[in-house]
Every structure is written in C-alpha cells, then in structure tokens.
Design a protein around this ligand. Structure first.
Ligand SMILES: Cc1ncc(COP(=O)(O)O)c(C=O)c1O
Length: 461
C-alpha cells in the first residue's frame, strides 16, 4: 500500500531548489525572465488579495494569476466546498451518465450570466472554450472564416492563435487557419467589407482587450453586433478575462446592451483552484453541433465537467452573488479609475487611464520619458523595458504586483481580486503615481541597464 505523501515537505524542499528544478525540467526562458526582472521572490502564503514572501513582505496581488484569482486566494467557501467534494468523492467521469454536478453548475452559470436559454459546454481552459466557439460557429454557419481585431488575445492553441492580433505570438507557428483574419481595432468599415465576402462564420471580440485595455463605445459595439447579424456572422464575446463581474457587470457586454451568440468564460469561475472554462451557446447554434444522439460526443473532452471543477464553479458563483462582488467591482472599479486619473493624470509620460471596473491600466508613452529618448544608442534599447521598469518599481518599493502589456505602447495593468478594499485602491493609485514620477526622472534606468547587462552576460534561457 502506498504511503502518504507530505505535501508540505515536498513544497519546502522544492521551494529551496526552485530555480534548479525549473532550469532542469520546465522553462529556462521563464526562469531567466523572472530572475532578470527581479520578480523571483519566494511566496509562502496567499490569502484574499495578498501574498506574503519568505521575508515576511506583504504584496497586493494585482496580477491575480492573470485574472484567475478574481475572488481572492484561498476563499474559505471555495476551500470548504472542494473539501466536501473530496470527502464525498461523487463518481466522476462515468461519461455514460448524466453528471448532476455539471447540470447544477451549468444552471448556475447561465443564471449568473443572465444568459436565458443558452447551453453550456465546459472546458478546462480559456483557449479550449475559444476553440469550441470556433467549431460551433463553423458548424452552424457552414462558413470557414473568422474575424478578430488586431492586438486581440484569445489564447494560444492553434485555432485561437489564428485570430490572435499579436504577430510576435504567431511567428513560427504557422500556417494559421487559412480563413482567419484581423482588422484594425474599431474599424467598422473594414469589418463591413470583410463580412460582405460572405465567408465569415464568427467575429470574435474581447469586450475590453486584455493586451491594450481598449474597448468600443457601447453604441459602436451594438453597431458591430448589428453588422454581424445582418451578414449572418455569429458574434462571439470572449469574456475569458472580462467575465465574472470584474468590469462591474457579470458579463462586460451586458453593460453594452449586446447579446452575443456565444460567450467564452474561464479564469474567474475557477475560484482560483481548479482549471475550468465554458462556452455559453445559443440554443440554435448548439443544435447545429449536437443535432442528435449520434452527435452527442462530436465535440467533447475526456476531463471536462470534472467534479472539482464543477464544485469550484458552483462555490465561486455563490461567493460572487452572496458577497455582492459584481456591485463591489463596479464601485471600487470606479474609485480606482478616478484615483488613477487624479494621481497620475498630470504626469507627462501617462497618456491615459484605460479599462473598466477592476480591469484598469495606465498607458505610458515611452517618447515622453526624457531619459529614455535622449540617451543615444541605449535609449531606444531601454524603451521597450519602460513598462517593465514601472512594474518592477511597484513591486520593490510599494509591494504591488502588476503586469505590463505591450512593450512599444506599454500599459501597466491592474487586475486585482474583486475582494480588494478602498485602502488597496488608494495604494495602487499612489504607488503608480510615485513609480511614474520616478520613471519621468529617469531613476530606473541604471537598475534596468544592470539587469539587462546581467542577463546579457549570464543568460542561458
Ligand atoms: C480574452 C482571453 N481569451 C482567451 C484566453 C486564453 O485563456 P487560457 O490562458 O486559459 O487558455 C485569455 C487568457 O489570458 C484571454 O485573456
């Protein structure tokens, strides 16, 4: 009989050797990146919106696992539900049965999303939800094509990558799906021209772009939906990042008054513990794929509708509703945007506060950072590091973990758990202003140049 494993002992041992383990068995490149940028702290505890490292330093986590920790870390209701699931050990993945937990989770998700009679296909990630959406759209329309915005991000599997508007992520992985194309963000005339070709199964959009935090005005989003309807093209709302309440409504498109044909979700509904995703699909589109019992498994996945995943969905939706997290995101999100504007608006390199609710960012124009543009040769080299400098400073000096998207047009992005409080909001705004002022004074570049030199001399990844 196998003996018990001690997870605490495994974690303690592996934490002591994490760089070596990663270099030997995982990604050297990731290791080098984290070390070069100075993000190689050892975190020993996470609770709510905070992390603690082995030096006892508390960090406000505004990266939140790229959005997966939307209800905070180790939420007691989710922990309790998952423990109940393990204790009950309901028979999982029988497959030739009607999984009650999946039924309950689907009902709860449709209710939370106010999605009427939409059907749910559960997945294990965001990109799989997008793949499902692409397949459902092709099958329903009988058309091969897809349309997306440039700078869009929909995941990294091949179908999702084909509608990715960031060429650096696609390089060397082609050919992409032959009939997938991107048009300039917000260019409805270009969309009209593409749809008029009559070969586009679906237009896939993020209500707020994760890479740029750009969004269409609600009226233009409604125009886009109408254009799609007129041309028989399905509208797919990729709410993998925006969904679950963080923008102030459960689905971001709810606020725009648009009803998409398919909605993809993931991150938030995981409760921060179990990978899960979902495609919500209108009944007519659904029936084109699942047209009879012979087709019941025509699109499926062995490990979807897992008991822990379904439990995580149920517990997370329960927390979002009972703790009023959608309303909280709306209120604190408005406060965050206002505070960022107030604190950062007058700093020269700041060219705007973007996003909605608790998906917020500060856009920086590298050309307005004098020390970067003036230094000959090194200036242009450092320029793509500018956003990263701000993120580094936010962590080192202010204990705020944030993300930078885009290197040439950086946006310092905050995706905090929806459970953060008013004091946290103020910390984010004042810390960002302080970091931007230091950037404006050129205070970062010696440290950044050192980090780059270290990397250039010692890089292996
Ligand atoms: C809008 C959007 N779609 C899809 C994905 C892909 O999700 P995953 O990383 O779970 O595959 C992401 C991930 O960041 C996303 O932001």
């Amino acid at each position: 009989v196998a003996s018990r494993i001690s997870l605490a002992a495994i974690i303690a041992d592996a934490a002591a050797h994490a760089p070596a383990l990663h270099r030997a068995h995982l990604s050297e490149a990731h290791c080098t990146l984290v070390e070069t940028l100075g993000f190689d702290r050892r975190y020993v505890r996470g609770e709510g919106q905070y992390l603690w490292d082995d030096q006892g330093r508390r960090v406000l986590d505004c990266l939140s696992g790229f959005g997966a920790l939307a209800i905070g870390r180790a939420h007691p209701v989710v922990v309790d539900a998952l423990r109940q699931c393990l204790d009950l050990a309901p028979p999982a993945w029988v497959r030739m049965e009607l999984n009650p937990l999946a039924g309950a989770a689907a009902r709860a998700l449709v209710h939370a999303a106010k999605a009427g009679d939409m059907r749910v296909f559960f997945t294990n990630s965001g990109t799989e939800a997008v793949e499902a959406a692409l397949k459902f759209a092709r099958r329903h329309t009988g058309r091969p094509g897809f349309l997306a915005w440039d700078r869009a991000f929909h995941g990294l599997t091949l179908g999702a990558l084909s509608i990715n508007g960031n060429p650096d992520l696609c390089e060397g992985f082609g050919p992409a799906l032959a009939d997938a194309r991107c048009v300039a963000f917000g260019d409805l005339d270009a969309v009209r021209r593409e749809l008029a070709r009559g070969d586009v199964a679906a237009m896939v959009v993020e209500p707020i772009q994760g890479k740029t935090l750009q969004q269409l005005e609600p009226a233009r989003m409604r125009d886009l939906a109408e254009l799609c309807r007129r041309h028989g093209t399905l509208l797919v709302a990729d709410e993998v990042q925006t969904g679950g309440g963080r923008t102030g409504t459960f689905l971001a498109l709810e606020a725009d008054g648009v009803q998409p044909d398919i909605v993809t979700l993931s991150k938030c509904i995981s409760g921060g513990f179990v990978p899960v995703g979902a495609a919500l699909v209108s009944p007519t589109v659904w029936r084109s794929t699942y047209s009879g019992m012979g087709e019941a498994f025509v699109h499926s996945s062995t490990l979807h509708e897992g008991p822990l995943a379904m439990t995580a969905v149920l517990a997370t939706l329960h927390v979002i509703e009972q703790d009023g997290l959608v309303e909280r995101s709306r209120r604190l999100g408005a406060m965050l945007h206002e505070s960022l504007r107030r604190e950062c608006g007058a700093i020269e390199c700041c060219v705007g506060v973007r996003g909605r609710g608790l998906m917020a960012g500060v856009a920086i124009d590298p050309a307005r950072v004098p020390s970067a543009s003036r230094v000959p040769v090194v200036g242009p080299l450092l320029s793509p590091m500018i956003g990263q400098c701000v993120a580094q400073d936010l962590l080192d000096r202010h204990g705020v973990l944030a993300q930078v998207t885009g290197s040439r047009s950086p946006v310092v992005k905050f995706l905090p758990p929806m459970t953060l409080d008013e004091a946290d909001v103020q910390v984010i705004a004042t810390a960002t202003a302080a970091a931007l002022r230091r950037l404006q004074r050129g205070a970062f570049f010696p440290a950044t140049a050192q980090a780059l030199a270290r990397w250039a001399l010692g890089a292996r990844g």
